[in-house]
Design a protein around this ligand. Structure first.
Ligand code: ADP
Ligand code: MG
Length: 348
């Protein structure tokens, strides 16, 4: 890790901001002016604008014992972009505020920014501003993404209807298995620092945890096929929790099918190794950043040939409840276990 160089002369706040942001280029036409004045200037002519924000606190949302700072920067940005895509919109600008204690060196902040900038580059988003502060302890990050949507195309959580098909992109549960693996190796390392972590052969679940990607390709696919989902949400807290949000907001029920839930081989393998049911990883794991959405049955044929999208169930009348049908045919009520920051114990 590179955050252990306390003797190096520290830059002032202004020098640090200049240093971190001096090579940032603006690429979107919606950005009139980025970093360098009291405020950024944007222009969204005939489009609608979506805004989303995330607060990330060391010890609650991330643990630097097993998350490299570059990955943290990348993931923090991508998670915000994912919220924009979940509205059927395209992220265009990002603003980041950061508070750091003197435990962090300039190199550490540079690492964080290298991840942030990489994400902005990969997703064609302009970093247009932020704020910088000292913190008495630990690191705090606040990111706000701004995006653009064609009028009438925005997809909310609230418009799913009885009979709509429930679809999900990609596969589920892998990020959670990646986290469990990192935690296990970190515990072993703490017990015996000579032990080298055994992370080979687990590339997929580690990548899903450390370098998750959002799904702009799915939004492009909707655009191309002229599909406007009736509802959509991104999977940050696990499938159960997210489908329950859609059902509650839309005042409907749902029926999911266990045998339709996409789970990667590596995820299932790791789950078995840890004695966890892979289905539980998919339902309650979270941090997959896949898109969960509902479509009209007439659009089924457009979805079918598209590899990477699974139809996992359908919306029902509210009175039918919110259930998953197991492979053996049992009806299991869905529970919003999800990932809950407030359930975490206070560690410092
Ligand atoms: P002010 O005092 O007016 O808030 P700052 O000196 O904090 O101005 O910021 C100057 C410029 O640098 C602004 O454009 C601001 O958005 C940008 N900025 C400040 N901190 C950061 C940061 N951590 N990352 C990116 N841009 C930043
Ligand atoms: Mg400021």
């Amino acid at each position: 890790m590179s955050n252990n160089n306390p003797d190096k002369k520290r830059l002032s706040e202004f020098e640090l901001i200049r240093h971190l942001t001096n090579n940032i280029k603006i690429t979107n036409k919606e950005t009139i002016y980025g970093i360098g004045d009291d405020a950024a200037v944007l222009e969204y002519t005939d489009k609608q604008t979506v805004v989303t924000t995330d607060l990330l606190i060391e010890g609650i949302h991330f643990d630097l014992a097993y998350v490299p700072l570059k990955h943290l920067g990348y993931k923090a940005a991508v998670v915000n972009f994912s919220d924009v895509y979940a509205m059927n919109a395209v992220p265009k600008q990002l603003v980041i505020s950061i508070a750091i204690s003197n435990r962090f060196s300039q190199e550490a902040v540079e690492e964080l920014y290298s991840g942030l900038k990489l994400a902005c580059n990969n997703y064609h988003v302009d970093l247009v501003g932020g704020d910088t502060s000292a913190s008495p302890k630990g690191m705090f990050l606040s990111l706000t993404a701004i995006g653009s949507a064609t009028k009438g195309n925005i997809v909310y959580r609230k418009n799913a209807e009885d009979g709509d098909l429930i679809c999900v992109s990609g596969d589920l549960g892998a990020a959670y298995m990646g986290l469990q693996l990192l935690k296990r190796e970190n515990e072993l390392f703490k017990a015996d620092p000579d032990l080298q972590p055994v992370l080979t052969g687990y590339d997929y679940i580690l990548q899903r945890q450390l370098k998750p990607e959002a799904r702009p390709d799915v939004i492009e696919f909707f655009n191309k096929e002229k599909i406007i989902p009736s509802s959509m949400i991104d999977i940050s807290d696990g499938l159960s929790s997210e489908i329950l949000h859609i059902c509650k907001n839309s005042n409907v029920g749902c029926k999911l099918f266990e045998d339709k839930i996409p789970i990667a081989n590596e995820t299932a393998k790791m789950a078995k190794e840890l004695g966890i049911d892979p289905l539980i990883c998919a339902l309650d794991g979270g941090e997959d950043y896949e898109l969960l959405f509902t479509i009209k049955q007439k659009d089924y044929d457009k979805i079918k040939p598209q590899s990477g999208i699974s139809v996992i169930g359908h919306i029902t009348h509210k009175s039918a409840g919110t259930n998953i049908i197991s492979t053996g045919g049992n009806i299991i009520p869905l529970q919003a276990k999800g990932w809950n920051a407030f359930a975490n114990k206070d560690s410092n």
